[in-house]
Design a protein around this ligand. Structure first.
Ligand SMILES: [Zn+2]
Length: 72
């Protein structure tokens, strides 16, 4: 089992498969979706992605459907 390295980040789980380019593209999307996003209601950085297109804001306690991977 390959260990996750600094260089490959979240794409480390694929090992040497699928090619460097697609893996680095995926890292870009995945790191973006995991950071806190800006809430469209209270304009604060507190929105977390629960699932595909489902978002939750911890600041104003709203759950809503929006973009799939990251907001705006
Ligand atoms: Zn909010």
């Amino acid at each position: 089992m390959p260990t996750k390295s600094k260089k490959t980040k979240s794409a480390g789980r694929f090992g040497a498969r699928y090619g460097k380019k697609v893996r680095s593209k995926l890292v870009g999307v995945e790191t973006k979706q995991r950071v806190k996003q800006k809430c469209p209601y209270c304009k604060k950085m507190g929105v977390k992605r629960l699932s595909k297109g489902i978002w939750y804001c911890a600041k104003c306690d709203k759950k809503f459907a929006s973009d799939t991977y990251y907001l705006e």
